[in-house]
Design a protein around this ligand. Sequence first.
Ligand SMILES: Nc1ncnc2c1ncn2[C@@H]1O[C@H](COP(=O)(O)OP(=O)(O)O)[C@@H](O)[C@H]1O
Ligand SMILES: [Mg+2]
Length: 429
Amino acid sequence: MSKNILIVTGSDYSDAVYQAFYDVKKLGHKVYLLSDGSFEPKPEVFEKHFRYDLRKTKETLEYMKNQKEKFDAVTIKTSEWLTPLVALLGKQYGCIGNEPIVAFNCRSKYHMRQILEKGGVPIPKFKLCKNYEELINGIREIKTPCVAKPVGGNASYGTFMIRNDEDIKNLKENYENSIKFLKEKAIDGDVFAFNKEEMDLIGVNDHVNMITDYLVEEYMDGHEISIDSFVQDGKITMMGVEDQIRMTYPYFMQLAARLPYIYKEGEKEVIQKLLEDTMKAMNIKNSATHTEIMFTSKGPKIVEIGCRIGGDDLHETILEVTGYNLMYESIMIALGIHREYDVKNNCHAMLKYIMPEKNGTIKSIQIPEELKNNKNIFNIDTIMTIGDKVGTPPERFDYIGYISGKGKTPQEAEENVNKAIAKIKIIIE
Ligand SMILES: Nc1ncnc2c1ncn2[C@@H]1O[C@H](COP(=O)(O)OP(=O)(O)O)[C@@H](O)[C@H]1O
Ligand SMILES: [Mg+2]
């Protein structure tokens, strides 16, 4: 029987994601899009494109309620900030998926920590800080080294480490710089707060400001991985495990990644168990998930979890490495179709982020045509364009784009990406 599927997004999709929509349509279903109208999707894919200012959660729900179309499934690819809206829409139409409060608990790092703590999942000590005074006191309580991060952030925006008294001296400036950047992002970017009414609608008891509230956390040492997994009818399947390479302190922006992660002995089972405990504590149901884990000297701990597919190149990389299209699978899960997976790694992939070398305005980005036809380079994406303001921490937390390559070994994948990245020219003035 033909089903109506609503896809919610904050940005346009890659060809691989569009392929998922074509495949779903071939099954006889109708696919609809709800976006903020910031792009024009490929023609003749979506039955209808609903456009609304998606930062206004309650208004968007009303707007959709007034449409004549009703939906059998609502899902999302990656737009982290829209996951509570997806859950609210799903509830409005009686679809399967996460409860709105579950999605919110993934969005608010403070609520996430509270729930994981209650569920006995290993996490660092944490403290909510609503202003500079509370931040200073939070740091004294948690003790250095610690990390300060915005409750509703993503992509490590405004996240920094406080190692010692020297860092405390710079704290006010770092904190104010970060809040300024986050507020800018909240106007024209991918961060926003929920208002009081919206939090009540979601069922949040303890209201937070997603932009200006900070969390201070005990510093976790060790290296970090991320796991894209599906939860269906209580079963958790890991689809891709990424080995992350990040800036060294005091900032945490991701620089590169390898996939698949090469497990040390016994690690796979430990990760699987940690995921099971995390999903159970968070009450995540019939959903894609993206979980970050840090291997600390006191054992693995959860950095965070999102109820969505991983961002940047992860969709393309996991497709390239395993053959699974995560968008297609997410739609199947949202439709309640039982899935069985046999995940095998066919190659090794390497991602490198293209970062600004200095603060300024992008004057030109030159990507040679040959790179677009290079079979070892399967994805090049630019997030920024000419005229965009970019910069590095402590002032800004920007990525210009990223590039992904593959090879038979991790080394070969890295060499292929390095050769390609050397050919990209970016001028910042
Ligand atoms: N308590 C912590 N200890 C050490 N590093 C941390 C801690 N919290 C966050 N980080 C680092 O900062 C990054 C961003 O934090 P995260 O909670 O994942 O927020 P975001 O939503 O911005 O990705 C993490 O991937 C990790 O590298
Ligand atoms: Mg993260």
